[in-house]
Design a binder for this molecule. Structure first.
Ligand code: ZN
Ligand code: ZN
Ligand code: FE
Length: 765
């Protein structure tokens, strides 16, 4: 008996475009002798197949069993129908559905196949720095709109040569519909310029650039998401020169190393870290540096960790092969500005920093920094979420209205929600310059357009002076929408809940630098009982003054003086404390006046400032050059005594049913330690132990009061690995479970997700 044929329409949603999905479908259909067609739409890949029922079942199984490596299938909808009697299987042209969207692949590091081609002298792409295929290469940085087809990318103006076109049209080829497909005869080309914008006459700009790097020169090179500035990481003179020209005296610089084998000479690396370095996202990973290595100490002065990445474009692979030494690779931007993306922009803005510019003619549509990550507790933690990760969404556990959450002031990201997706943007940066604000507004428009989001609610921080809040209020007014102000630490905690897919209330520990509280004071050492709708402040570090406000953040010694005088009285200024002796007597008097008269000395419960104060008090760092420097150095010192378990005493009292954690005994103990000449690293370690104990004691108390046993840790303070590990250990020993961030950073880069969830669940269906 001849088995009758049936037909099926299959809609596949997820990251299914730009990843070789249609050729995969084509080959699968051929394998099971099915006829029909496949095409991309604005929201999915649509498949029509006709054939024997059994073979259609095998096809459906095959779709999910081994899809292309970069595809992520979110949803498959199958509808059976009557066959049309079509013959053969074809790939049809894309269809635009008004108002529909799809997930878009982030950029993908060069795959192994493309790597072997660029190193093979027989291959036509030998040494071609823009080699890519459907498994790798630029994606979101070049996409102008969806569906993802070449005319809607920045490659639209570059015509493929016959050979490239043949690959592009052949469903059996790895480059079938690889939108940025290119080769030396038709694709983008490299050019090398000096710092007066004169083009250098060279047959091979990469070899010339490598020899210039060997001479200690500094080169700006155009990468995937923008310009990077490179120099020889083993040449201290070159690194120092780069620091001087970029006006970046201390902040650590990232390093690119050719292979894992080379990397092992400079850093300690475990299996998870190797996997992360080699992943398609290819982020910067913070690794323990070896004490003696060829990498210049100036790359990350005084730090235990080094930010390292592997080459993620053919250009990087080729350059590192030529130099044979690791390169500093730092973002090509001026401070307070986004990373430069166009050639002319780089020539103008970066002028004075590099000696040479290595540029090309593939345009970048959206600026992306390199992502920064670390492996902690065996899992990835994002510190800066950008290239390779955004715009892949966080999956939400509910479906609410479409929300635009405008994020925080520092380390800004924004977040748009649609259906069950939260599209958290790439790291935008600190919103303190007009260029960054422009980049912020443009990127919001790009995301709104690509994901077809028409916000119905605007959420933002409660702080009226954040530029993101001002933007949010202005937009809400203009569009006649509700603005939902969200308390900063509530957003932190909900961000970590949404990140982990938790919906039931948690004890949220939000420890960070600064966030406006509902009482008008600066919060940052908070214990909240929170869910997606509301929170209750259960406990916090006691309020102490920041003499001079923002000035104290840059000058932790001011915070130290403010805290000491308030906690221990003015006589403390006569105590024999080395850090006081280094201060200018006039300034000390001014600080004292400010604190005692409550002049320009806002009150804060910030844990970040507590770390600053202790760091300054014990003589580690009194003035900082970059965010959290004083706390980071304190952690570095404390790490020298892993087995030191001492703690300082503390207590809390209840004020209007909130536990207020007193800090006077901690400071008294530290002063006693200074007078007893206890080694500074021991004090640093005992202080870390004390903060971990505060976290566990308060969480246990709150757990007994509320019956909640889940603790969410959020806020930038938890980038401190020593503190995080110790706190986790104590919390677990008390029988509490701990939620950590995985998909978005615990710092203010994660705030927008929390805002979006709080704004969106107000109206949850
Ligand atoms: Zn490839
Ligand atoms: Zn070509
Ligand atoms: Fe924060």
């Amino acid at each position: 008996m001849i088995e009758s044929k049936i037909a099926a329409q299959i809609n596949v949603r997820g990251v299914v475009q730009g990843v070789g999905f249609r050729p995969f479908v084509y080959q699968l259909a051929a394998k099971y002798e099915l006829s029909g067609w496949v095409y991309n739409t604005s929201e999915d890949v649509t498949i029509w197949i006709e054939g024997k029922p059994k073979l259609i079942q095998s096809f459906l199984k095959g779709l999910t069993r081994k899809p292309p490596s970069q595809a992520i299938i979110e949803h498959i909808l199958t509808k059976y129908d009557n066959p049309t009697g079509c013959i053969g299987f074809t790939i049809r042209s894309s269809v635009i559905n008004e108002g529909k969207y799809q997930l878009v692949s982030p950029d993908i590091a060069t795959c192994a196949d493309c790597q072997s081609e660029i190193f093979n002298p027989e291959n036509r792409r030998y040494h071609y720095p823009f080699t890519n295929c459907t498994n790798c290469g630029p994606r979101f940085t070049i996409i102008e709109d969806i569906p993802y087809d070449r005319p809607r990318t920045t490659m639209s103006h570059i015509r493929m040569c016959p050979e490239c076109q043949k690959e592009y049209d052949d469903p059996h080829d790895r480059r079938f519909h690889a939108e940025p497909n290119a080769c030396p005869s038709c694709g983008p080309q490299l050019k090398l310029f000096d710092n007066k914008v004169n083009q250098l006459n060279t047959n091979d700009p990469i070899i010339t650039a490598a020899s210039l790097l060997k001479q200690g020169k500094i080169i700006a090179l155009k990468g995937l998401g923008g310009f990077l500035i490179a120099c020889d990481a083993t040449n201290t003179q070159a690194v120092e020169l780069l620091r001087k020209r970029k006006n970046r005296p201390m902040k650590p610089l990232a390093v690119m190393v050719e292979t894992i084998e080379q990397l092992k000479q400079y850093c300690l690396v475990n299996k998870e870290e190797v996997n992360l370095l080699r992943s398609p996202q290819s982020p910067i990973v913070l690794l323990r540096r070896r004490v003696h290595s060829k990498i210049s100490p100036s790359v990350a002065p005084g730090l235990r960790h080094l930010g390292v990445m592997l080459p993620y474009t053919p250009l990087h692979h080729l350059l590192l092969l030529e130099t044979a030494f690791p390169l500093v690779m730092t973002s090509g931007n001026l401070s307070r500005e986004p990373i430069a993306k166009d050639n002319d922009e780089a020539f103008e803005k970066l002028s004075g920093i590099p000696d040479y510019f290595l540029v090309h003619d593939r345009l970048i549509h959206s600026t992306y920094d390199d992502s920064v990550t670390m492996i902690e507790q065996g899992q990835i933690q994002l510190i800066r979420r950008a290239r390779g990760y955004a715009p892949f969404p966080v999956k939400l556990s509910y479906q609410g209205l479409q929300v635009l959450a405008c994020g925080a002031q520092e380390k800004n990201t924004f977040c748009l929600t649609a259906d069950k997706y939260a599209f958290v943007s790439q790291h935008i940066g600190d919103l303190d310059g007009p260029e960054t604000v422009r980049h912020y507004e443009e990127t919001i428009e790009l995301y709104k357009n690509i994901f077809r989001v028409h916000p119905e609610i605007i959420a933002g921080d409660m702080h009226p002076d954040y530029l993101s809040t001002r933007y949010a209020i202005e937009l809400a007014t203009r569009l006649g929408l509700n603005f939902v102000p969200v308390q900063h630490h509530h957003a932190h905690v909900v961000s970590s809940m949404a990140d982990a897919g938790v919906t039931s209330p948690v004890i949220g520990v939000a420890f960070d630098g600064t966030g406006l509280g509902t009482d008008g004071h600066i919060w940052g050492g908070e214990f909240l009982v929170a869910d997606y709708h509301s929170f209750r402040r259960m406990a916090h570090l006691q309020y102490l003054p920041l003499p001079g406000g923002d000035v104290a953040i840059k000058k932790p010694y001011r915070t130290a003086v403010g805290y000491l005088v308030t906690l221990l009285g003015d006589e403390i200024l006569n105590a024999d404390l080395p850090f006081l002796e280094q201060l200018d007597q006039n300034e000390l008097n001014i600080i004292f006046q400010q604190v005692s008269r409550h002049l320009n000395s806002p009150l804060t419960s910030s844990c970040g400032r507590l770390f600053d104060a202790v760091s300054a008090l014990i003589g580690v760092r009194g003035i900082i050059q970059y965010d959290a420097e004083a706390a980071i150095e304190l952690e570095v010192l404390a790490s020298r005594y892993p087995s030191e378990t001492g703690e300082y005493p503390f207590c809390w009292h209840d004020h209007e049913s909130v536990h207020v954690i007193g800090l006077d005994m901690i400071f008294q103990s530290i002063i006693k330690e200074i007078h007893n000449r206890t080694p500074i690293p021991v004090i640093a370690k005992r202080f870390h132990n004390t903060i971990a104990r505060i976290i566990s004691s308060l969480c246990l108390t709150i757990s007994k009061e509320t019956g909640i046993t889940q603790v969410a840790l959020s806020g930038g303070v938890f980038q401190n690995r020593l503190l995080l590990r110790r706190a986790m250990k104590l919390l677990k020993a008390d029988g509490l479970s701990v939620i950590l961030h995985r998909q978005v950073p615990c710092n203010d880069g994660g705030i927008s997700l929390g805002q979006a969830v709080i704004g969106g669940t107000l109206s949850a269906i």
